[in-house]
Design a binder for this molecule. Structure first.
Ligand code: ADP
Ligand code: MG
Length: 432
């Protein structure tokens, strides 16, 4: 036994340096990685349940020469995020190890798509430094963010003033625009996936995770449903093709939640939440909170349109409208300068991605947005929605019986990963 200093509270705790399991600090409950560990547990969490051990992986010398894992930062539905030091650069990083042991072809795809993702640079996007496979489990190394998640802020301090919510959402829209143009749809935007850097800048995390782990070919293909029920757009619930506007819907629900202090649709079951997204108009923001500018109320409502055509046509268009709706109260993130900001806000995009791979929403000539002329959802959609709902709920039930760690094959039908994979709670995390 030797004393190891708790990375979080700084107290010395006795740890067998070669221990194979994570060690809990008795003072602050941080889960520490023993200094000499060559094998560690990976945890996973279902919905709001407590983390449980899902599997254990070997840490080869090669990995340990590059990274020193320190403690668990968080546990999601797909795996464990560690705080680590990248030894060659002497910098803090976050290492996210997924519990899925993938078949070789899926791992190849993960590495290929991940490289494209890692080449994206944007001040409001978490920077991916590295990705590889560890004992059969894919892992990603990203910039370490110590400002916590938007989910935690919503829980601890409740609702935001519209101007502050607007600033955060404008930053997210800037990152979304860059990623959409590079061909990625996030598909799992939720307050847990919006984090803050030390300078308070919002950063989107887990971009492309849903994509690189799910769709073999076409990023916009229909037939695979991934997301978190509270924030899922109708087309996503139905297993239809997703595009940039699917993310705009999710961000619209997040903007609603930040201003109102509650998401637009909540219910005790995933099924009910899906039904609300598909058929129910969101509650009026102005009835829930006083003093929200009319233009903002209208824009949030439009971002939550059931039909993608009725939403803002792109992240850029959403951003422009949001800036106008907020008036002069919000500083434009494109011109804002944070401490330590090199001053370059332009998106650096990999050369190979000059052509957008995700189609933008169609726009009529001379129109700022296609919303005004878009048709109302018809009976066709309602019928499709019902069928899709049945399929999605069936898939949910199916998944409740599937061990996520062993589910490496691709499903041909809709793949729903509701919170906790079990489909019983409508609020918990989804993959990534
Ligand atoms: N880059 C990062 N820097 C610091 N903490 C992170 C980072 N990425 C993720 N985390 C933490 O790890 C937790 C788990 O992340 P994740 O596995 O993506 O699940 P979820 O998004 O459902 O919370 C996050 O909630 C966050 O607290
Ligand atoms: Mg996440």
């Amino acid at each position: 036994m030797e004393d190891q200093t708790c990375e979080l509270c700084g107290r010395p705790i006795p740890v067998d340096p070669a221990a194979r399991t994570l060690v809990k600090c008795p003072a602050c409950s941080a889960l520490l990685v023993p200094a000499e560990a060559v094998r560690i547990s990976l945890l996973v969490r279902s919905g709001d349940s407590r983390p449980r051990e899902a599997t254990a992986i070997e840490l080869p010398d090669e990995f340990r020469r590059r990274y020193r894992l320190e403690r668990v930062l968080g546990v999601g539905a797909m795996g464990t995020v560690f705080k680590a030091v990248q030894l060659s650069m002497d910098r803090l990083v976050a290492v996210k190890v997924l519990i899925r042991r993938e078949e070789p072809r899926a791992l190849d795809r993960f590495l290929r798509e991940g490289q494209v993702l890692a080449a994206l640079r944007h001040p409001n996007l978490v920077q991916v430094y590295d990705l590889d496979v560890l004992d059969g489990c894919p892992y990603l190394v990203t910039e370490y963010l110590d400002g916590g998640t938007l989910a935690t802020r919503l829980k601890t301090r409740g609702r935001f003033e519209p101007a502050e919510a607007g600033r955060i959402v404008l930053e997210c829209l800037a990152a979304l625009d860059a990623c959409h143009q590079a061909g990625f749809v996030h598909r799992d935007l939720k307050p847990e996936n919006i984090m803050f850097a030390a300078d308070a800048r919002a950063k989107i995390v887990d971009f492309g995770m849903a994509t690189i782990l799910s769709s073999p070919r076409d990023l916009t293909q229909a037939g695979s449903v991934i997301g978190t029920p509270r924030y899922m757009a109708p087309e996503q619930i139905l297993g239809k093709a997703v595009d940039a506007r699917t993310d705009l819907y999710a961000l619209g629900t997040i903007l609603f939640e930040m201003i109102a202090g509650r998401p637009p649709f909540t219910a005790s079951s995933v099924r009910e939440v899906f039904q609300m997204h598909l058929f129910k108009p969101p509650p009026g923001l102005s009835e829930l909170v006083h003093g929200v500018p009319d233009r903002l109320v209208e824009l949030v409502e439009r971002s939550l349109a059931k039909e993608p055509d009725q939403r803002p046509a792109s992240a850029e268009a959403f951003g422009e409208e949001l800036r106008r709706a907020l008036g002069e109260t919000v500083q434009d993130p494109r011109t804002a300068r944070g401490p330590g900001d090199p001053g370059e806000q332009a998106v650096k995009r990999p050369a190979a991605l000059k052509t957008p791979r995700v189609p933008r929403a169609p726009r009529a000539p001379g129109e700022g947005s296609s919303a005004a002329r878009a048709p109302r959802p018809g009976r066709g959609l309602a019928l499709g929605a019902l069928l899709g709902l049945v399929a999605a709920v069936a898939a949910t039930v199916q998944l409740a019986r599937t061990d996520p760690g062993r589910r490496s094959g691709r499903s041909s039908g809709p793949l729903v990963r509701p919170p906790g994979q079990g489909g019983t709670s409508a609020d918990g995390p989804a993959p990534g």
